[in-house]
Design a protein around this ligand. Structure first.
Ligand code: PLP
Length: 387
């Protein structure tokens, strides 16, 4: 069979592959410690599940509008105003099948051959693949560990060419956990306005913050940047709703309209009754988010302490998300070699940094229980001692 050439240009998600491998090993009875999944280990809060169950009972089981249930679009618009100081009418908000789908819709609606998209590395691995699928070109900008893996204003400026259409900003970041300060965001915003490009701000980890770190949306720094901003967000990480597949996007009117048209021909609407769960997530008590963050903060502390005790491993202190991004350059191994050997010899699953555009690092997710963290770190220490 001759497949379309675009298929050959992308590779399957390495994070999903490794997480599936670790799960399969567990299924075979092997005692695996997995730090691979980008998925909170908590159950979805009860009030959210109850709202979806009620919607089912009320017959919210039919096709709905392609851009989302009006009630959810309104709730999202209200959330963006209250939490992020972004003034979008509900018409400029659309509901998607997850943050990943939001970004995919965006690339299809915006990017075409000849267009460049600036992506700081380490990046969430789907960004460049989506740009490729849309026919565009990713311009990868390598950031430095000693600047907490943040792109500098100078780097952004240098990367912009007449072909640049979009800059991808992800704070808090997957895979590094880095959170840009409001001042740093403002500087990037100034360049975006000056050079008249667009920015997509992936804010999916916005609620998972530590040590007083502050999340400020880039779109909130004035009207000029607001007009050039597209917000991507979702329910998966903050509300432990990964399997629900609900995300959203807010942005300029014509762009949301174009993405809605694309969505209407690809997935139609997002699961109708699930959207009522999302309404409850936004309108209900936010205590569940606080509780999850508290648990993440405790785990992060243990992770950091234990990693920094291991010779030849180091990582910057991440202020957000639920990942630690560990420098393995002193081992002299490639990230894939390191991850493979660690899984084979110690049954510990981590994600090789090469998946995120950096081959001297690995990513560990601490969205797992404390016992696994303690045991997994013991094994990593043993592995390092054996090298
Ligand atoms: N953006 C980032 C940075 C992510 O890490 C993820 C998930 O891992 C997503 C977007 C997509 O999330 P979802 O499609 O589950 O809403």
């Amino acid at each position: 069979m001759k497949l379309a050439t675009r298929v050959g240009k992308v590779t399957p998600s390495l994070t999903l592959t490794i997480a599936a491998k670790a799960k399969a090993m567990k299924g075979q009875g092997i005692d695996v410690c997995s730090f691979s999944a980008g998925e909170p280990d908590f159950d979805t809060p009860t009030h959210i599940k109850e709202a979806a169950k009620l919607a089912l009972d009320q017959g919210k089981t039919k096709y709905g509008p392609a851009a989302g249930e009006p009630k959810l679009r309104e709730a999202i618009a209200k959330k963006l105003y209250q939490d992020n100081h972004l003034n979008y009418p509900p018409e400029q908000v659309m509901v998607t099948n997850g943050g990943k789908h939001s970004l995919f819709n965006l690339m299809l609606a915006l990017i075409e051959p000849g267009d460049e998209v600036i992506i700081p590395a380490p990046y969430w691995l789907s960004y460049p693949e989506m740009v490729t699928l849309a026919g565009g070109t990713s311009v990868i900008v390598q950031t430095q560990a000693d600047y907490d893996y943040k792109i500098t204003p100078e780097q952004l400026k240098e990367a912009i060419t007449p072909k640049t259409k979009l800059f991808v900003l992800n704070s808090p970041s997957n895979p590094t956990g880095t959170v840009y300060t409001p001042q740093e965001i403002q500087k990037l915003a100034e360049i975006i306005v000056e050079k008249d490009i667009l920015v997509v701000s992936d804010e999916i980890y916005e609620k998972i913050l530590y040590d007083g770190a502050e999340h400020q949306s880039i779109g909130s720094f004035g009207d000029e940047i607001f007009q050039r901003t597209i917000i991507s967000n979702g329910f998966a990480k903050s509300y432990s709703m990964t399997g629900w597949r609900i995300g959203y996007m807010a942005g300029p009117k014509e762009l949301i309209k174009a993405m809605t048209t694309i969505q209407s021909h690809s997935t139609s609407n997002v699961c109708t009754f699930a959207q009522y769960g999302a309404v409850a997530a936004l309108e209900g008590s936010q205590e569940c988010v606080e509780q999850m963050c508290k648990a993440f903060a405790e785990r992060r502390q243990v992770m950091l302490e234990r990693i920094n005790q291991i010779d030849k491993l180091s990582c910057p202190v991440p202020n957000g998300a639920f990942y630690v991004y560990v420098d393995i350059s002193q081992t002299g191994m490639t990230s894939l070699d390191f991850s493979d050997k660690l899984l084979e010899s110690q049954n510990v699953a981590v994600i090789p940094g090469i998946a995120f555009g950096n081959d001297t690092t690995i990513r560990l997710s601490y969205a797992t229980d404390m016992k696994t963290i303690e045991k997994g770190l013991d094994r990593i220490a043993q592995f390092m001692a054996s090298l």
